[in-house]
Design a binder for this molecule. Structure first.
Ligand code: ATR
Length: 285
């Protein structure tokens, strides 16, 4: 039987997941196919229920369904219950298990690309949306000392800080005004500002004022590869990391949950980079 996995979301037309997940399946010699499932809210329950069939390995879940799928699942594993969002559904003999690999993917990307260890460091998160939630819990789990959260909508930052605190972490706090970054070892830009096709493609969220040389700045946006935030961070002498490694690592952790096989990271990176380069070559100038 040819196994199937796929990505559920709307829109998913530009998702890179089918590209690098298919490359991973092929690199491992697995007889399986990874599909792109554009899904309306009305058909979401049917789409998820179908995953119980034995030919399905599972699915990735993206915008806007990471929270909505939770009541459709049998069990939540890893961090997903605390985070309140699922990006990976695994079919285990007809039972659907939810996971969230976004945060662990972020931590893995930092470790692999920059040999950056989060134990004891002070972290500033810009943004408090779905992506920030996963990162906040993962960074806390990895031993960060203090986590400050600033968001355009202050209430949301307060809610996220409260949720991480309620999970047993101290020193997680919302920042009421645009932050001055001098106190932080790591600044993470988690908003959609600066993203191609996002609300402000050329914009940069605040967050680098006073940042010190040698601190690390991460933008989770991967298209464009050089965002305004990363450019400014580079000009200030910070070490920088774009969003592609996090994307690949969250996908690699999902791949391992689907297949039980170690993810072929190089093949996944190569496929994603090739696809991004060909999209850039085709983009109107
Ligand atoms: P995701 O799951 O990708 O994080 P999200 O949950 O919609 O998506 O969160 C988007 C994040 O980008 C939020 O922090 C949002 O800020 P608000 O909570 O104030 O909406 C932030 N964001 C989006 N557009 C923005 C803009 N133009 N300026 C500043 N922040 C913005």
């Amino acid at each position: 039987m040819r196994h199937i996995a796929g990505i559920i979301g709307s829109p998913v037309g530009h998702s890179l997941s089918p590209v690098f997940q298919q490359a991973a399946l092929e690199a491992c010699g697995l007889d399986a196919e990874y599909q792109r499932w554009e899904t309306t809210a009305a058909v979401l329950p049917t789409r998820v229920a179908a995953l119980r069939e034995s030919r399905y390995l599972g699915a990735n879940v993206t915008i806007p369904y990471k929270e909505q799928v939770i009541p459709m699942l049998d069990e939540l594993g890893g961090q997903s219950a605390r985070v309140g969002a699922v990006n990976t559904i695994v079919n285990r003999a007809g039972r659907l298990l939810g996971f969230n690999t976004d945060g662990p993917g972020f931590v893995a990307a930092l470790r692999e690309q920059l040999a950056f260890d989060l134990a004891g460091v002070d972290v500033l998160l810009i943004g408090a949306g779905g992506a920030a939630r996963g990162i906040a819990f993962a960074v806390a789990d990895a031993g960060a000392r203090r986590i400050g959260i600033w968001n355009r909508t202050a209430d949301r930052a307060a809610r996220l800080a409260g949720d991480v605190t309620a999970a047993g972490y101290r020193q997680v706090f919302p920042l009421p005004a645009p932050p001055v970054t001098a106190d932080y070892d790591l600044v993470v830009q988690t908003t959609s500002v600066g993203m191609d096709g996002g609300p402000e493609p050329g914009g940069a969220a605040p967050g680098l004022d006073g940042a010190r040389v040698g601190a690390v700045a991460v933008d989770i946006v991967y298209a464009p590869a050089m965002t305004p935030f990363l450019r400014e961070a580079g000009e200030r002498g910070l070490r920088t990391l774009g969003g592609l490694p996090m994307l690949i690592h969250q996908g690699a952790l999902a791949f391992e949950l689907f297949t039980g096989v170690p993810a072929p990271l190089d093949a996944m990176f190569d496929a994603a980079r090739r696809e991004l380069a060909s999209r850039q070559a085709e983009a109107p100038r």
